[in-house]
Design a protein around this ligand. Structure first.
Ligand code: ADP
Ligand code: MG
Length: 531
């Protein structure tokens, strides 16, 4: 037999084609989903993860489990990136999106077994996703103040202790409201809110300051430690004379030259300080260093100076005060000047902290805890709460939690399927079945019987509508709005689109080539036998 060029090129690969590729990919997805399924919901269990250095993390967060797992299968990696995207875009719903993706794949395998072509499955899934998104808008409603709090509480449920969740919800909502009308992308809440851990109190003493708090002391202790408001300049560079210092290496041999050099250096600094002083500046913050010789000049000009800031902090300071960052002090103009409302230095647990307040939307979260582990937990909780609060304040649509939304979508899609023609109907039903993995897993994790719960939930919804869900704390099927168990609309929407896209991109593959880079081609044990 003559080998074609293509066959020669594929000599070093293992090849899985057609339905075997789907079987293999689906197994990988199900294995991964199996690893996080038991963490879903407030009664989900924790996972203990041990990395190669023996470090231990205990978590009940799907994305943490997945990102820590060492996975080699390309489909499994696709699922992990779907859940990371969910985390980045919605800050919640990561477990949900992985469970949905795996379930969509499982059902597509069933469909392909009975002869439905992947193209038809993909079409049906797309139709079902579109219809579901429209339904989400249909059943969602705008959250009241209490419901905003309850919704953030629901997203934190199971992750952290209820009292802590309450404190963090209050702080997160305060910060989120301050950012509500600000321009900026997905991670604005990370950019604008500095997180500072402090050991001078318990978690409940944590606060959000509408200003910048940072470990730092002024350059010159002869200048005042605190002041009221005033004018501020921010330099994204230094107040130094670097060029002259370089020359000095060569010239410095005679004392006359040295004196002349120091004179020129002082003059250069004096011009720089003069241009600041000409703008009536009271406070100067500089990213790099400030030359020693500049200190008396600054003091004489009535300027208090701070040096060595992180760029992120200078950016926050810029937002806070309206000052524009300039590269060099002698290029400063009136438009670059900002205003602050107060400045102070305080000693907290033996370290001096600078605090600058202003009117712009930049903040510092002072996250307190008596032990480092506690402070880490408080920081994580705040991060989760703020991520959701920020998005929720911008888009306050909410949906029933406790599997209510997915149960409603499944019921709706089954009716919708009958209006469609051909085999896409089957795919839409497959999509509907996949959605029920959420109430099923919530019930399982609460020790309830999943089959009974889903039947009862569906019956209760037929009576009283889409807002009935399963409260896993009480086992009751009740109105989720009244029970305060709500999911944000943006979380559900992203989980649905992310999972559909991921499943479709796997369905599109009908040929998997494994490069024989090492002897151990990943071996995903046959959960499903394709016979
Ligand atoms: P994810 O990573 O997908 O956010 P979670 O473990 O946070 O997973 O679980 C979220 C799910 O738990 C949502 O479907 C939410 O509605 C549900 N949930 C939260 N609290 C309750 C509750 N008290 N009863 C029933 N379901 C709940
Ligand atoms: Mg969650």
């Amino acid at each position: 037999m003559v080998e074609s060029d293509a066959d020669v090129a594929l000599e070093d690969t293992d090849r899985i084609e057609g339905r075997s590729a789907l079987v293999n990919n689906t197994n990988a997805a199900l294995a991964l989903a199996g690893a996080v399924r038991s963490t879903l919901g407030p009664r989900g269990s924790d996972k203990m993860l041990v990395d190669e250095h023996g470090e231990v993390i205990v978590t009940n967060d799907g994305v943490t489990v997945l990102e820590t797992a060492k996975v080699e299968h390309p489909t499994a990696n696709l699922l992990i990136s779907t859940s990371s995207a969910q985390d980045r875009i919605a800050r919640d719903g990561t477990t949900t999106s992985v469970l949905l993706t795996a379930e969509l794949l499982r059902n597509s395998l069933e469909l392909s077994r009975i002869g439905v072509h992947p193209t038809l499955i993909m079409n049906g899934y797309r139709l079902a996703a579109e219809e579901s998104l429209a339904q989400l808008d249909e059943i969602s409603r705008e959250a009241s103040e209490d419901e905003l709090r309850a919704t953030i509480g629901t997203t934190l449920a199971g992750k952290i202790d209820t009292n802590l969740a309450d404190t963090m919800t209050t702080l997160a909502l305060d910060a989120a409201r301050a950012l509500a009308d600000e321009e900026g992308g997905d991670d604005l809440e990370r950019v604008r809110v500095r997180r500072t851990q402090m050991s001078d109190g318990a978690a409940a003493d944590s606060e959000v300051v509408h200003g910048l708090v940072i470990r730092k002391q002024r350059l010159d202790f002869a200048t005042p430690a605190s002041s009221g408001g005033g004018r501020i300049a921010i330099i994204d560079g230094g107040l130094e004379t670097r060029e002259l210092e370089l020359d000095a290496q060569i010239e410095i041999r005679s004392t006359g030259v040295l004196a002349g050099f120091q004179e020129r250096k002082r003059e250069k600094l004096a011009t720089q300080v003069e241009s600041l002083s000409a703008q009536g500046i009271d406070l100067l913050c500089v990213r790099d260093g400030i030359a020693d010789e500049a200190a008396p000049l600054l003091k004489a000009a009535g300027i208090t100076a701070y040096r060595r800031f992180e760029r992120d902090d200078l950016e926050r300071l810029s937002v806070l005060t309206g000052a524009r960052m300039v590269r060099h002090s002698n290029r400063i103009t009136i438009e670059d000047i900002g205003t602050y409302t107060s400045r102070s230095e305080d000693k907290i647990e033996n370290t001096w902290h600078l605090r600058i307040d202003g009117e712009g939307a930049a903040m510092t979260a002072l996250l307190r805890g008596t032990t480092p582990a506690m402070r880490e937990e408080v920081s994580r909780a705040f991060d989760d709460a703020l991520g959701v609060a920020f998005r929720l304040v911008r888009e306050p649509g909410i949906l029933p939690g406790g599997g209510g939304t997915q149960t409603h979508l499944a019921r709706h899609l089954r009716a919708f399927a009958t209006t469609q023609k051909g085999r896409e109907q089957l795919a839409i039903e497959g999509f509907a079945d996949a959605l029920e993995v959420i109430p099923r897993a919530l019930a399982e994790n609460a020790g309830l019987d999943p089959i009974d719960e889903i039947l009862e939930l569906s019956a209760a919804q037929a009576q009283s509508g889409a807002w009935i869900g399963l409260n896993v704390m009480s086992g009751e099927k009740t109105d989720m709005g009244e029970a305060g168990i709500n999911d944000p609309l943006f979380v559900a929407r992203q989980a649905l689109t992310g999972a559909t896209e991921a499943a479709i991109s796997v369905l599109r593959i009908d040929d998997v080539l494994w490069a024989k880079v090492d002897a151990s081609t990943p071996d995903w044990s046959n959960q499903i036998d394709d016979d």
